[in-house]
Design a protein around this ligand. Structure first.
Ligand code: ATP
Ligand code: MG
Length: 161
């Protein structure tokens, strides 16, 4: 079995290229997909979530609950859930604040620092590793872990030329 073999690499020269990538990713995502976003502080994980949300026509739902800093919910063509696992103590805290419901919902989940809660995430997620390669240059390495995430990679490949 081949694990962690990068399936596709995008290089963005600047923020507008990241926004174009976000648009392509938004078009490739389907209800129930889970995306793991990895990379150092300031890599652009949050930025990527924002451009995907914009491409989905999302508006931020202002949820008046104590969990809103941990899980942000956007409503657009698809519901989008943005989780920042850096702020979570551990996987149990993710489950306590309703993580399982998010993963089983018809929305898409984009999770920063997902490796911190990997034990409660589906195996078949799309992994995106972001590496800053310059002031405004970013490399997005994309890896599929099963049939569902492979479908996303195929859709990305079809749009990427
Ligand atoms: N091509 C690019 N794509 C994305 N962000 C870029 C790009 N060029 C510069 N940036 C800048 O890089 C920063 C990325 O910050 P962001 O908050 O998205 O990082 P992060 O990976 O979420 O960090 P953290 O781990 O702290 O949450 C922003 O200030 C953004 O303006
Ligand atoms: Mg962030």
């Amino acid at each position: 079995m081949l694990l962690n073999v990068v399936d596709l690499t995008f290089r963005a020269a600047d923020q507008s290229a990241t926004a174009r990538f976000g648009g392509i990713l938004a078009d490739a995502l389907k209800p129930g997909d889970v995306v793991s976003l990895n990379g150092p502080l300031g890599a652009g994980k949050t930025r990527l979530v924002q451009v995907v949300a914009a491409a989905l026509g999302c508006r931020r739902q202002m949820v008046n609950s104590p969990t809103f800093v941990l899980i942000q919910e956007y409503d657009g063509r698809l519901p989008l859930y943005h989780v920042d696992a850096y702020r979570l103590k551990d996987s149990d805290e993710f489950l306590e604040i309703g993580g399982e419901e998010l993963l089983e919902s018809d929305g898409v989940c984009l999770i920063e620092w997902a490796d911190r809660i990997a034990d409660v995430l589906p195996r078949d997620l799309l992994r995106i590793e972001i590496t800053p390669t310059g002031e405004t240059e970013r490399e997005f390495k994309i890896t599929a872990a099963g049939p569902r995430s492979r479908t996303i990679v195929e859709a990305l490949k079809a749009e990427h030329h």
